[in-house]
Write a protein that binds this ligand. Sequence first.
Ligand code: ASP
Length: 315
Amino acid sequence: MLTSRHLLGIEGLSKQEITAILDLSETYVRQNRQPNKHSNALNGLTQVNMFFEASTRTQSSFEIAGKRLGADVMNMAMQASSITKGETLIDTAMTLNAMHPDLLVVRHPHSGAVALLAEKVNCAVLNAGDGQHEHPTQALLDALTIRRAKGRLHRLTIAICGDIAHSRVARSNMFLLGKMENRVRLIGPRTLMPAGVDQLGVEVTDNMVEGLKGVDVVMMLRLQKERMDGGFIPSTREYYHRWGLDAAKLANAKPDAIVMHPGPMNRGVEIDGVLADDINRSVIQEQVEMGVAVRMAVMDLLARGLRRQEKDVMV
Ligand code: ASP
């Protein structure tokens, strides 16, 4: 059971809650591999997906997850909504709220926007990525992928590489991996490290060869150009040369280290294309598969919470 009505970030989850989500996700991994992928945890519930920022994996994953659990799923086409006529985020949310959705899945370019919205509605709100703040279901699917590949989710050394400063994926992963007692090493140019990085309780280096030594997991990140307002890197060629992952740099990690990327990836910028497709090292496709299962588990648990609240009101 989750203590909060919403899933706004990993920061607010306990170690026990994270483990409960991952354990339930395993059930859904099995269900998703069956010819019949349907069950009924969300029967009768309405799920609305509001994506104010581009998405391929996350939006389709939430849609498939909801449908497999029996919810009525609606994708709001935000480019065609009244936001373009000047309606505020809150007014749009209040309008939708009046239609009694049960689960609202929201992605927004501004950090904190999803939490603000959650204060105004009666349903459960799921953060599908807010600015550079958090992307909780990404960290959960990464955790499930790691746990399955390594057989555990503690006492591992995990390198998170690249554009840390602009990455909500990195932030959510740092919270989660820290809570589960792993060693996290951030590798990237100094210009792409967040302010106050030295207070985060993680190791930091700008040297890929040094940083990758002995790691169990290499997590690559995309260069988030849409969040950059100046020259953070000399050129993409230079960036690839120093921080792009290829077989030679990976040779510094443990021989069984796995390679991850949340997508979308820029081949030849953050990662060598051949390595990204190497099924002996790369778990990028598994990450996508785990994404559906984790989102099913989270929505199932939030729906249980909603039903429990309803019962409490009735008695
Ligand atoms: N898809 C991830 C996100 O929405 C990572 C990325 O865009 O680079 O944060």
